[in-house]
Design a protein around this ligand. Structure first.
Ligand code: HEM
Ligand SMILES: O=C1CCNc2c1cnc1ccccc21
Length: 287
């Protein structure tokens, strides 16, 4: 059922943001100097993406990713790196819940990679191991547009929100050992831009079977797309949105911010007194 967030504690959440942001800045060598930003965004998404609006199960509230049943979901392979990154932050701020920490990690990463401001509310409360949702709720990358539309409908999202959210694939890369997909990363995998949409439309893509026997799209500049990425330009309704975001990064930023905030808050009711935080970046604080 829907969870009610606890009343906001008298805590300095900007301090937690700054600790995460400083650690992202310091530990820049991770994953061939891509850094921890992208994998932190993926942890926030995967810890929220278990939501099912049909029975109000799953979602970020209980911080259930910390339990091995969810951590070992094959869809979550590779996210241990983000979990290990956040461990010392959690030791420094033991009062923050796991659910608040995983989602705050993603918000911090998007903003520090020059993405849009993401409003964030506190109050998620750790839940016990017997509340861990079943594996298999996160999307399968080998599928097409109708699968993507159904999966995001289950999460409570329409076409515009779906295309905006998948625009996060401007960040980071795929890894053979995690998902069976592999691709050299894009020109700026740790800067949040609308490049993903521009790439989708402008490059010449060919479908190959990679050395793990997995089908993926590759282009002549050595970039790759997942089948579910390519579905966004094959489906006429999604394609219209890809074209809109490729043309206007500000509209993409606006829609991404709204959809990502909604994703991180699915299945949670927040008390009115829990106002959304708009955190300052390190640069904005001259830190
Ligand atoms: C149809 C929906 C989606 C599918 C099938 C999908 C699938 C994948 C796959 C297979 C990877 C590669 C994982 C690896 O090999 O390490 C990946 C990476 C990533 N995904 Fe998605 N994803 C989807 C939607 C999203 C959404 C909604 C977000 C965030 C809002 C997101 C953020 C990311 C990020 C940031 C990475 C890079 C992680 C890294 O570099 O370590 N994805 N995704
Ligand atoms: O076109 C890009 C830029 C670099 N990262 C990705 C792209 C496309 N699809 C992806 C899918 C998952 C993770 C990263 C990417």
């Amino acid at each position: 059922g829907v969870h009610v967030a606890e009343k906001e504690a008298k805590r300095d959440y900007q301090e937690v943001y700054n600790a995460i942001a400083t650690k992202i800045r310091d530990e820049d060598e991770y994953d061939n100097y891509i850094g921890y930003g992208p994998v932190l965004v993926r942890l926030a998404w995967h810890s929220s993406g278990t939501f099912d609006r049909n029975d109000n199960s799953g979602g970020s509230f209980g911080g259930t990713y910390r339990f091995k049943k969810e951590m070992n979901d094959p869809s979550n392979k590779g996210l241990q790196n983000a979990f290990d990154f956040l461990r010392p932050i959690h030791e420094q701020f033991p009062w923050i819940s796991s659910g608040d920490l995983y989602t705050l990690g993603g918000v911090t990463a998007v903003q520090e990679m020059m993405g849009p401001k993401i409003p964030w509310r506190s109050g998620r409360v750790d839940q016990p191991e017997n509340t861990v949702p079943d594996n298999g709720r996160l999307p399968d990358a080998s599928q097409g547009a109708s699968y993507v539309r159904n999966l995001f409908d289950r999460l409570g999202f329409g076409d515009r929100e779906t295309v905006a959210l998948i625009g996060a694939h401007a960040l980071g890369k795929t890894h053979y050992e995690n998902s069976g997909y592999e691709g050299p990363w894009g020109p700026s995998p740790n800067v949040f831009t609308n490049d993903f949409f521009v790439n989708l439309l402008n490059a010449h893509w060919t479908l190959n079977t990679n050395k793990k026997g997995v089908k993926q799209w590759d282009n002549d500049q050595g970039h790759m797309m997942l089948p579910t990425d390519m579905a966004l330009v094959k489906d006429p309704k999604y394609r219209k949105l890809v074209e809109e975001y490729a043309k206007d990064q500000d509209v993409f930023f606006r829609d991404f911010s709204k959809a990502f905030a909604k994703l991180l808050e699915n299945n949670i009711k927040f008390p009115d007194q829990n106002k959304p935080h708009y955190f300052k970046t390190l640069d904005e604080q001259d830190l």
